[in-house]
Write a protein that binds this ligand. Structure first.
Ligand SMILES: Nc1nc2c(c(=O)[nH]1)N[C@H]1C(S)=C(S)[C@@H](COP(=O)(O)O)O[C@H]1N2
Ligand SMILES: [Mo]
Length: 313
């Protein structure tokens, strides 16, 4: 990953968030939620609606304490190395087919299997959550994701009691020019079983009330708001359970810069830059970075027993 270079089209704007529009959308979503009490027969063909990315807002995550980033920035400024190392791969990423899409569930599970994404969406109710996102490169955004808690997917996968880590492997597709580069593909990330069980750990299938765009990791990605963004693996095709800590993509590439834990911490600089502040996409405002990206109350306890681990990078 490289140091931020400001692109011509990242013109600072005064207020990226058209708050009334966000509120209107929420009101609309609330109305859509009210429709959900219609008889089941009216919902029998809902997988299409679920796949469309809109779902009722979870009130516990309806306010991330920051203005929501304008969708045009979050969907056109992306890290997706399979498509190339610069931030403007969103057009190229449109070539990644979003259907059919299957996810292999294997390793230490009761019954290894492959599940189609629409099957999965039909089995787990969707909700919307507004989360802050902090890239290790010191840019940040605040966006509404649609999806479901990772814990629900773990439950469905039915891991053995001896499983200690959940490993996510992501797509390798012929539409991806970056796969010819020397990186240790496939992009792999992992969390502990305890991290996966945390309320904040989320699987995203939508963004801004629409299906998750390919450049943001469509059709299905991980979203871990207290960790640096590289942990949130995009376009997942395989979820494995294991008792050994996995070799993850960025750690394999450069362990001194991108560690397994990667919890956001303003006090631990990246070897090549400070992590004390972050730049908000859209406004380019620079604000202080918070420990665990401001989610310490929900996640700090996960790491209480790991004093000797290199926790934050
Ligand atoms: N498969 C895959 N997942 C990935 C990446 C990637 O290059 N490939 N980049 C990561 C990084 S560094 C960040 S910051 C986030 C960016 O997500 P966004 O483009 O939706 O903002 O995706 C993460 N997930
Ligand atoms: Mo990142």
């Amino acid at each position: 990953m490289q140091v931020i270079r400001r692109r011509g089209w990242e013109i600072p704007e005064h207020r990226v968030t058209p708050e009334p529009i966000v509120l209107n959308r929420r009101a609309w979503l609330a109305a859509a939620g009210a429709l959900a009490i219609l008889p089941a027969i009216a919902r029998a063909d809902q997988p299409a609606a679920a796949a469309a990315g809109s779902a009722p807002v979870n009130p516990a995550f309806s306010n991330a304490g920051r203005a929501v980033t304008d969708a045009k920035y979050a969907t056109t400024y992306n890290n997706y190395y399979e498509f190339g190392t610069d931030k403007s791969i969103w057009r190229e990423a449109q070539a990644l087919p979003q259907r059919p899409w299957t996810i292999r569930i294997d390793g230490m599970v009761g019954k290894p299997r492959t599940i189609g994404i629409d099957d999965l969406l039909a089995q787990i109710p969707q909700e919307e959550r507004i989360y802050r996102h902090r890239c290790v490169e010191a840019w940040a955004m605040t966006v509404p994701w649609t999806g479901f808690p990772l814990s629900k997917l773990v439950k469905l996968a039915d891991p053995l009691a001896s499983a200690r880590y959940v490993v996510f492997e992501t797509a390798q597709d012929k539409s991806m020019p970056g796969l010819s580069d020397f990186y240790p593909w496939p992009y792999t990330e992992g969390v502990t079983i305890d991290e996966a069980a945390n309320e904040l750990a989320f699987i995203s299938t939508g963004l801004y009330g629409k299906p998750l765009p390919p450049q943001n990791g469509g059709p299905i990605r991980l979203t871990l708001p207290w960790k640096y963004g590289f942990k949130s693996a995009k376009s997942i095709v395989r979820i494995s359970f294991t008792d050994k800590r996995p070799a993850t993509f960025w750690e394999a590439l450069q362990a001194s810069e991108y560690g397994f834990w990667a919890n956001v911490n303003p006090a631990v600089p990246h070897p090549r830059w400070s992590q004390a502040t972050e730049r908000l996409l859209g406004t380019n405002e620079r604000i202080p970075t918070q420990l665990f990206n401001g989610y310490a109350d929900q996640v700090a306890a996960l790491y209480a027993g790991l004093k000797n681990e290199k926790l934050f990078m």
